[in-house]
Design a protein around this ligand. Structure first.
Ligand SMILES: [Cu+2]
Length: 168
């Protein structure tokens, strides 16, 4: 099973500071109960159903991803995607798969909202549900399959994002 794992510190930071760092499935096995567990399950299902997992080449440096969500002064969040051992290659979309290259997908609560060709993306608040949402970013190959670690975990990160009750 692919897992998107939550980080307790990240969840707390979402409430306190609004701009939060992502968890990395490779680094965190912290398990929490209740709401965040439900959200990670939702995100996980959406990712799995949309695009099959594709294992990375174990002989190359393993790609990794984290992301940050900064509240935008006008609306929604600006998402900064930080990758290692990975190159965004939008010109090669839908062409042959190349190791450690491709693009990203963004999901809210397990539902894909966009294909992303670079390090920044704006998500309008209208796409979020009221309250806490799971904002997930995956690394994808040119054929849209989702890159996975040799152990089978999707190369993805998830942060909790709050849609304030006053926002629309
Ligand atoms: Cu894609």
């Amino acid at each position: 099973m692919h897992k998107v794992v939550w980080n307790a510190a990240g969840l707390a930071a979402a409430f306190l500071f609004f701009a939060v760092g992502s968890t990395n499935a490779q680094q965190s096995e912290m398990n929490m109960s209740g709401m965040d567990h439900d959200m990670s399950t939702m995100a996980d299902e959406g990712v799995e159903h949309d695009h099959p997992a594709r294992p990375v080449d174990p002989d190359l440096p393993i790609p990794s991803i984290t992301h940050l969500a900064f509240p935008d002064a006008m609306d929604g969040y600006n998402v900064q995607i930080l990758v290692q051992n990975f190159t965004f290659t939008p010109a090669a979309i839908n062409r042959d798969v190349v190791a450690n290259e491709g693009h990203a997908h963004i999901y809210i609560n397990g539902v894909k909202i966009a294909r992303v060709y670079g390090n920044w993306y704006h998500v309008p608040s209208s796409l979020f549900s009221p309250g806490v949402n799971a904002l997930t970013v995956t690394l994808n190959a040119n054929d849209h399959s989702t890159w996975a670690n040799p152990d089978g975990d999707l190369i993805a990160s998830t942060v909790p994002v709050i849609r304030p009750s006053s926002g629309n």
